[in-house]
Design a protein around this ligand. Structure first.
Ligand SMILES: [Zn+2]
Length: 393
């Protein structure tokens, strides 16, 4: 029997608005707190949780950037004349993404999404490593580096394995008392919410399923650990998309050439621009200012959000839409989806949640990167307590 198991369960998109009127996890994690998210997508929220740092420090922000010198996609240039009806097919892009991921040795999640083939060689993909592993950050360390440096045995979900396989793996490690720390990652709720929206009747059953799984983990852990320090948390919420914005057509109607006058990445809720000519900057800025569904984020605000990059690596101009507006078509998708995240962190559905069986949530745990403090604190607590138990034995 070991002394302590810190059990951190990350449920993607299980935002404050999703659970605030639901008794989710109340039976075993009654203490809950709303947490501020990080501006950006999971590509930045997850690394922020895992590292305890913000995007301007760890530089895991948006996936695609204009960077022809360093583009790993140069070999795809030869394919740029393939007709769009082939290259825009989801199945074609999915298979090709898998192929590229293997060829380029990308370790994390990779998808070509809807980046046009014609211009793919102008872009770089910024998450070549897997943030869910030690050494996986673009800059600095993460919780897994912390655990490995200190020799703390841990379990982390492998996204390639799926939720139930990962659950079984962890149950095995708990049974053998091998781990002093566990990090569980469940991405399925995010996918469901994107598909059905945040008001769907399908959400509650998913929450009940997650409760059953957590109960199962707790029951197993109680057999082998005297104390389980449980934290269930998310990275952001999910807003329904009720308004579509064809931003790309508006920009492409301007007398400018993509790749020569400017470049852009159209994410689902923001657009990021790079300018190679002064007129391009003027035209695009003027055009964006006429669009009432969104606004250009000033540097002062980006700085407040810890998303101001002085080298403008992720874009010289960031345009963000209002909550509920979806940029479509975008480089992330050709067709609309029911719900999205990646709006301003102060928008209602952006907030994340933390639920725990601990009596106190320290006051300095306010935003999702603060979860890192809980992880490091509890990992050391467990290491020391478990070492004492094994010495006594
Ligand atoms: Zn998502």
């Amino acid at each position: 029997m070991k002394a302590i198991l810190p059990l951190f369960i990350f449920i993607d998109a299980c935002g404050w608005e999703i659970i605030k009127d639901d008794p989710f996890a109340a039976a075993f994690a009654p203490n809950r707190k709303r947490l501020e998210s990080v501006f950006g997508y999971s590509s930045t929220c997850v690394p922020s949780i895992l590292s305890g740092r913000w995007p301007d420090e760890h530089r895991n922000w948006s996936y695609f950037v204009f960077d022809p010198q360093n583009s790993p996609f140069k070999s795809l240039r030869a394919w740029r004349w393939l007709p769009k009806f082939i290259t825009s097919r989801r199945r074609f892009r999915h298979r090709l993404s898998k192929f590229i991921k293997g060829r380029l040795n990308f370790r994390g999640y990779f998808d070509l999404y809807n980046i046009p083939f014609k211009f793919i060689s102008l872009f770089d993909f910024t998450e070549k490593k897997n943030p869910l592993q030690a050494g996986g950050m673009n800059r600095g360390g993460n919780i897994f580096d912390f655990l490995e440096t200190r020799g703390i045995p841990y379990h982390v979900s492998d996204p390639a394995k799926g939720e139930s396989q990962n659950l079984n793996d962890l149950l095995g490690f708990i049974g053998s008392e091998w781990v002093d720390f566990a990090f569980v990652y469940w991405p399925e709720l995010d996918g469901l919410l994107h598909r059905v929206g945040n008001q769907s009747l399908e959400i509650a059953p998913k929450l009940r399923l997650y409760e059953q799984r957590i109960e199962q983990l707790l029951a197993a852990a109680r057999e082998h650990y005297a104390e389980i320090r449980l934290y269930v948390f998310s990275d952001h919420g999910m807003a329904n998309c009720d308004e579509l914005l064809d931003l790309k057509s508006k920009i492409e109607a301007l007398p400018l050439r993509f790749g020569e006058d400017y470049a852009a990445v159209y994410d689902s809720t923001m657009a990021r621009f790079w300018f190679f000519k002064k007129e391009a900057q003027e035209f695009i800025t003027y055009c964006l200012k006429q669009i009432h569904q969104g606004r250009i984020l000033p540097d002062s605000e980006l700085q407040q959000l810890h998303c101001l990059f002085p080298d403008r690596y992720f874009g010289e101009l960031i345009f963000l839409v209002k909550e509920g507006v979806l940029i479509v078509p975008s480089h992330m998708g050709e067709r609309p989806i029911r719900a999205m995240h990646g709006y301003h962190p102060a928008d209602r559905h952006s907030y994340a949640a933390l639920l725990t069986n601990q009596i106190e949530i320290p006051a300095d745990i306010r935003a999702i990167p603060d979860i890192y403090k809980l992880m490091t604190r509890d990992a050391m607590l467990a290491q020391n307590a478990n070492a004492r138990v094994s010495q006594a034995a």
